[in-house]
Structures are given as structure tokens and as C-alpha cells.
Design a protein around this ligand. Structure first.
Ligand SMILES: *[C@@H]1O[C@H](CO)[C@@H](O)[C@H](O)[C@H]1NC(C)=O
Ligand SMILES: *[C@@H]1O[C@H](CO)[C@@H](O)[C@H](O)[C@H]1NC(C)=O
Ligand SMILES: *[C@@H]1O[C@H](CO)[C@@H](O)[C@H](O)[C@H]1NC(C)=O
Ligand SMILES: *[C@@H]1O[C@H](CO)[C@@H](O)[C@H](O)[C@H]1NC(C)=O
Length: 501
């Protein structure tokens, strides 16, 4: 028993090394051994508790580690997303709308983001908005989102509350509306004996982005006083267009969504005719929300297109007109809806293919009919559109051209009338004709001339032909004739189309 106990003690000492003053060979009384065993037991229990505590702590630390790891991963993701947005926007540009951010990285989560609707580096500083990434919509909050009670007062608009958006200037919201495909704002009026309109007199209205009063409470038709129930034909009183206008002595509500982005956001709410103790009005104005983005396809056609594509430097720009290139002055310190945003300067005289010619017949006289008149002296043929040998001009591009011909006809003299008819042809169709005659029996020279301004397609051909000539008569050579032609104005849109395929 003693030996056995000693054995246990030995093991305990070896394991714990807690009693360095005892020797393994020492002998003890039974009581002493009991005492020491008790002490060791207590130590053992304490150590066990410590170990449990350490294990628990370790688990905690591991969990904390995991949390930190996750946090770092999330931050890295956010950082990458921001970088992606910036790269997509180019030159570290702030995105114009939440739609743009959403397009850049659809995996981004909803939250507050910085956007700059009126463009980076011009106008107002960027604004912080809520981006709802489920729809890519931009949501702007204001100070009147909670239900608010209208004061008791009699006159139209006697209660008036300006709406303060969480932006430094309304200009950014105007720009947001112009950039976006759709914008909307909901408005609710809980009323009791508080009509919006009564006896054809408006007691309530809201002010649009420019401060103009508006009397419609749903939809986009600003020409009428109407609420959603009026649009649906479901107002409590069929004689009125808003529930509140019915003057029924019960609690009623008009709720609608304004969808005309040209006049949003709502900047002020005005109510009246709430003077009775029993009357009450409570307004609840929704946040200003915009979705989508107006896309510009093809070449920019205006300063507005350039603005949408991110141009912010005011100056002269070339834009594509219907047929010609136009030069416009864009003032990007303004918004597209502002006067003076675009000033038309003029048509840009651009020719993708300069075309001028001046041809003559020198060597011989000419008397053949119904074949293109050939020429042999080329004084000018820029662009090479005139083929002197064949006598045919081929339009190198679509546009407006001018042609003129002057020649000398020699009549040999006869007792009967001698004459010459000259035609100008376009692809075999006679366009215009010229005529010259003589009745003298003596030798006579007569001038024959012809001009034409024509709209030609690329590839159209122009030439001259003698249709009829009295026998013996001829077109005089020796430089007494000239055929001129040039491109007045090119239909550059045709040329531009070839660039865009
Ligand atoms: C308001 O804008 C500031 C920055 O200008 C932003 O920090 C804040 O989150 C915005 N508040 C709301 C409610 O949108
Ligand atoms: C026109 O023809 C005449 C005689 O054939 C010749 O002397 C003259 O150099 C020619 N002129 C031109 C411009 O070819
Ligand atoms: C000009 O027309 C002639 C006669 O039709 C033809 O042989 C020649 O190849 C043409 N020249 C050019 C440059 O097309
Ligand atoms: C055209 O001129 C040639 C040579 O000068 C002549 O032989 C011919 O008869 C003339 N033709 C007409 C219709 O005058």
C-alpha cells in the first residue's frame, strides 16, 4: 500500500516536477502522504481547469483569426471593385450613376457610393448616394421622408415645406435625371377634410426641379389635376379626380408615383384648407430614384451625346449631322437642358475625296451623235473622276456636284435652218439640253452652253452627247470648248457609314 502510494507519488513527481525538494527515495508517514496526495489532487484539478481555459481561449483566438481573415478578404474585394470601377470609368473618373457602377461589376452589393452625375471635374462635387444593386438604381434621400403633419391654416399653400436633398446642389439631381433612363418619386397624402382642390381652386401643389408649381399627384401628365385614383377611375367620389377632393368626413389617402423625369425631383410641398379642427393632412414623400442610363449608339450627333459619353472639356466639336459634319460649340459647364449648352457653328466643309476637273477638246473637231463626247486635254482632274477617253465622269462619293460646258459650233452656211442639240446625261437619262441654230448662208460660229447642279450617288455617271447636228456642222476643237465639274458638298454620312461597319 505504502509502496503503491510511493509509486503514484513518483509518477506524479515525474510528470509534474512540482516538488523539487522531495527525493523519490524519501520515506513519509501515512498522514504526510495523505496530505501530499490531497495537495497534488488540488494542483491537478487546477491544472486541468487551466488547460480547459487555454483550449477555450485558443478556440476563441482561432475564431477571431477567421473573422479577421474574412474581413481582409472583404476589404480586398471592395478595393478591387473600386479599382475596377475606376478603370472602367477611365482616368479615375467617378461614375455618373449607380447604373454605371452596377454595369461595371454586377457582384457589388447595395450601399453608399460616390457618383458624379454632371461629370468629373466640372460643375458640382461628387455626391454620396444609396445604390440599390438589385436594380442598379440611384436613390437620393432627403429630410422629409417620414410622415409629416400639415399645420392648420386656410389659404392655398399656407403650409409650405422645402425639400432638402442630401446634396450640395440640385444641379447634380437634374444631371442624374438627364443621364438616367427613368426617374420617379412617390408622394402620399393622408387627408381628412383637407382637399387638394376645392371648387376649382387649388389649395395644394408641389414644386418641380425648376420651382414650377405642379398639380398632378401621379403619373406624368402635368396638364391636369389628378391622383392615381383618378387615373384608375376608382376615386371614392366619381365626380373628383383625387380621394382627398371628395370632402367626405372620413380618413382618406391619395398615393401616387410621379414619373416625369424632365421635372423631377420635387423641391417643395404646399398644402392648405386645413383650418378646421377636424381636418388633418399628413404628407409622406418618397426618395428620388433613378434607373437605367440613356445610351448613345453610333457617332455623337450633338453636345448632349458627347456629354453622355463623358466629355467635360468645353469647346468646338465636330458632330455627325444628317448628311454633313457639323461644327458645334459645347458648353459643358451647363446641363443639356440649359440654354446655351450647344451652339451651332456651321457645316464642316469636309470632303473625303476632293473632286475637280477641267477638260477640253483640242486636236480635232467633233461631229458624232449619240456617243459620249471624249476630251483630250486635261487641265485639272483632281481625284481622277473624269475619264477623258470615255468622256464619262464617275461620282467618287455621294453629294452635290456642279457641271458646265461651253463650246463653239461651226455652221457652214445654208439656205435652210442649221442646228445642233447637246444633251447632258446621268446614267443614260437626259438631264438637261442646249440648243444652237443658224439660218445664214455664210459660215458662222455659235456658242452652245449648258450648266447643271446635281445630287449624285457614288458611282453615278455624267457625260455629254450631241443628240442632233445638221450634216456638215461640227463642234469646233482648238480649245474653243470646255467641260468643268466639281464636288460642291459631300454627303459625308455615306462615307462615315463605311467607317462603322
Ligand atoms: C449624405 O451624404 C453624405 C456625404 O455627403 C454621406 O456620408 C451620408 O451617408 C449621406 N446620408 C444619407 C442618408 O444618404
Ligand atoms: C492644241 O493643238 C495644237 C495643234 O494641234 C497644238 O499646237 C497645241 O499645243 C495643243 N494645245 C494643247 C494644250 O494641247
Ligand atoms: C477610261 O475609259 C476608257 C474607255 O472606256 C477605258 O479603256 C479606260 O480604262 C478608262 N480609264 C480609267 C482610268 O478608268
Ligand atoms: C463628220 O466629219 C467627217 C470628217 O470630217 C465627215 O466625213 C462626215 O461626213 C461628217 N459627218 C456629218 C454627219 O457631218
Amino acid at each position: 500500500m505504502v509502496q503503491c502510494s510511493t509509486g503514484i507519488i513518483r509518477i506524479g513527481l515525474l510528470v509534474l516536477l512540482a516538488w523539487p525538494s522531495y527525493s523519490a527515495t524519501a520515506t513519509f508517514t501515512l498522514e504526510e502522504l495523505h496530505e501530499q496526495l490531497q495537495g497534488l489532487r488540488e494542483n491537478y484539478i487546477k491544472l486541468k481547469e487551466d488547460i480547459v481555459a487555454i483550449v477555450a481561449k485558443n478556440a476563441q483566438l482561432e475564431a477571431k483569426d477567421k473573422m479577421l481573415e474574412e474581413k481582409v478578404a472583404r476589404l480586398e474585394h471592395e478595393l478591387r471593385s473600386q479599382e475596377k470601377i475606376q478603370v472602367a470609368a477611365g482616368n479615375n473618373n467617378t461614375p455618373r450613376t449607380c447604373h454605371e457602377i452596377h454595369d461595371t461589376d454586377p457582384s457589388l452589393t447595395s450601399g453608399m457610393y460616390w457618383i458624379d452625375p454632371d461629370g468629373q471635374g466640372v460643375g458640382e462635387a461628387p455626391i454620396s448616394v444609396f445604390c440599390d444593386m438589385s436594380t442598379g438604381s440611384t436613390v437620393v434621400s432627403h429630410d422629409s421622408e417620414l410622415p409629416m403633419e400639415v399645420d392648420h391654416c386656410p389659404d392655398p399653400g399656407c403650409y409650405s415645406r422645402g425639400i432638402n436633398y442630401n446634396v450640395t446642389s440640385i444641379r447634380q439631381l437634374k444631371a442624374l435625371a438627364e443621364m438616367s433612363a427613368k426617374c420617379q418619386q412617390s408622394i402620399k397624402y393622408d387627408c381628412n377634410f383637407a382637399p387638394l382642390e376645392f371648387s376649382n381652386a387649388a389649395y395644394s401643389w408641389w414644386n418641380d426641379k425648376d420651382g414650377n408649381p405642379q398639380y398632378f399627384w401621379a403619373g406624368s401628365d402635368s396638364s391636369v389635376h389628378i391622383c392615381q385614383c383618378g387615373i384608375d377611375g376608382k376615386c371614392v367620389d366619381a365626380a373628383v379626380k383625387c380621394n382627398c377632393d371628395s370632402m367626405a368626413p372620413v380618413q382618406l389617402t391619395d398615393y401616387g408615383v410621379i414619373t416625369d423625369k424632365e421635372i423631377l425631383p420635387i423641391t417643395r410641398l404646399n398644402f392648405g384648407r386645413t383650418q378646421l379642427e377636424t381636418s388633418s393632412g399628413v404628407h409622406t414623400l418618397g426618395r428620388f430614384e433613378c434607373t437605367g442610363q440613356v445610351t448613345v449608339t453610333g457617332m455623337p450627333k450633338s453636345c448632349e451625346d458627347l456629354w453622355r459619353k463623358g466629355h467635360t472639356l468645353s469647346g468646338l466639336y465636330s458632330v455627325m449631322g444628317t448628311a454633313m459634319i457639323e461644327t458645334v460649340y459645347c458648353d459643358f459647364t451647363k446641363l443639356p437642358s440649359d440654354p446655351g449648352f450647344q451652339t451651332w457653328i456651321g457645316y464642316a466643309d469636309v470632303k473625303s475625296s476632293p473632286t475637280y476637273f477641267f477638260a477640253q477638246r483640242n486636236a480635232t473637231s467633233f461631229n458624232e451623235t449619240n456617243i459620249p463626247i471624249p476630251f483630250d486635254v486635261e487641265l485639272l482632274n483632281v481625284g481622277g473622276a473624269m475619264n477623258l477617253t470615255s468622256g464619262k465622269f464617275t461620282a467618287p462619293v455621294a453629294g452635290k456636284y456642279f457641271f458646265s460646258f461651253t463650246g463653239l459650233i461651226r455652221f457652214m452656211g445654208s439656205s435652210t435652218r442649221q442646228y445642233c442639240q447637246l444633251y447632258l446625261y446621268k446614267n443614260g437619262d437626259m438631264i438637261t439640253k442646249s440648243y444652237s441654230d443658224e439660218t445664214s448662208t455664210a459660215l458662222e460660229d455659235e456658242t452652245l452652253s449648258l450648266q447643271s447642279t446635281l445630287n449624285l450617288n457614288k458611282g453615278d455617271q455624267i457625260w455629254l452627247e450631241i443628240f442632233y447636228l445638221t450634216p456638215g456642222t461640227f463642234l469646233y476643237g482648238s480649245l474653243y470648248n470646255q467641260f468643268n465639274g466639281f464636288l460642291l458638298e459631300e454627303d459625308i454620312s455615306q462615307f462615315v457609314k463605311t467607317l462603322m461597319v
